[in-house]
Design a protein around this ligand. Structure first.
Ligand SMILES: Cc1cc2nc3c(=O)[nH]c(=O)nc-3n(C[C@H](O)[C@H](O)[C@H](O)COP(=O)(O)O)c2cc1C
Length: 223
């Protein structure tokens, strides 16, 4: 293991001395929980594809951007693009649905390395609802869905990279949207979203939360 330990210092891993698997392990076991983008795309024959991606987050409000890290397809070998990435680059459109605890098992099922063009959604017992601004549909019953247009693609290695998507429309299940004194209120805890946790096969369920209000400077005295 290419790790260095000096007295009174945390263990150091110098990333460019490590193999891919160890670098990946260090990051996914430490940057967590990560939200999960359940991406749907359409291929050049009109077939719907779905797969989860947890190198995922929101990157800003104006423009409203989502970022997704998609690695090259190592299971089917070579430096080929995964189906989601190939379809996003070809069509310039995709949707992202967020994953509730109720749909977590089905989400994992859609990560199986199905041959291109297989109906992964039907195999996982899922159905879709049409989008209004893009061709790829949204996953039915997901608490939240985003219709996205490819904003920029940054290739970081052969066959893989970072997709930046501009959110054209956000859909939230009526159950989670309300009004509080004339202001939009979104009941995020009720969505029961799951995130990716440390090791393979582990997920977070956001039921244990912490509220910490921001304060003005100078910081208040604390005992
Ligand atoms: C919860 C979860 C998160 C995942 N996150 C990623 C990710 O961030 N990047 C990636 O390249 N693959 C990720 N995968 C693996 C892909 O989902 C998997 O390779 C899938 O088969 C790709 O399908 P596609 O070829 O239809 O796009 C993840 C799998 C699971 C179960």
């Amino acid at each position: 293991m290419a790790a260095k330990q000096e007295a009174n210092r945390p263990m150091q891993f110098t990333m460019n001395e490590l193999d891919h698997a160890t670098r990946y392990k260090l990051l996914v076991n430490t940057v967590h929980p990560r939200p999960i983008a359940w991406v749907t795309t359409i291929d050049d024959q009109g077939r719907v594809n779905a797969a989860p991606y947890s190198f995922f987050n929101a990157m800003g409000g104006t423009p409203p951007l989502l970022a997704i890290g998609i690695g090259s397809d190592t299971i089917r070998k070579g430096e080929r693009e995964k189906d989601s990435l190939r379809n996003i680059r070809a069509a310039g459109e995709f949707t992202v649905s967020l994953v509730s605890h109720a749909q977590a098992r089905a989400m994992v099922d859609t990560a199986a390395a199905a041959p291109s063009g297989e109906d992964e959604l039907a195999a996982a017992g899922l159905s879709t609802t049409p989008s209004s601004l893009v061709a790829p549909p949204l996953i039915a019953d997901a608490p939240v869905g985003y219709e996205c247009r490819l904003w920029q693609y940054i290739e970081t290695h052969p066959g893989g990279g970072i997709v930046l998507g501009e959110v054209l429309a956000t859909h939230i299940d009526d159950r989670f949207v309300g009004d509080e004194d004339g202001k939009l209120r979104i009941d995020a805890p009720a969505m029961d979203l799951v995130g990716r946790a440390h090791g393979s096969g582990w997920y977070w369920r956001g039921s244990d939360q912490l509220k910490l209000d921001r304060v003005d400077w100078p910081l208040p005295e604390r005992s």
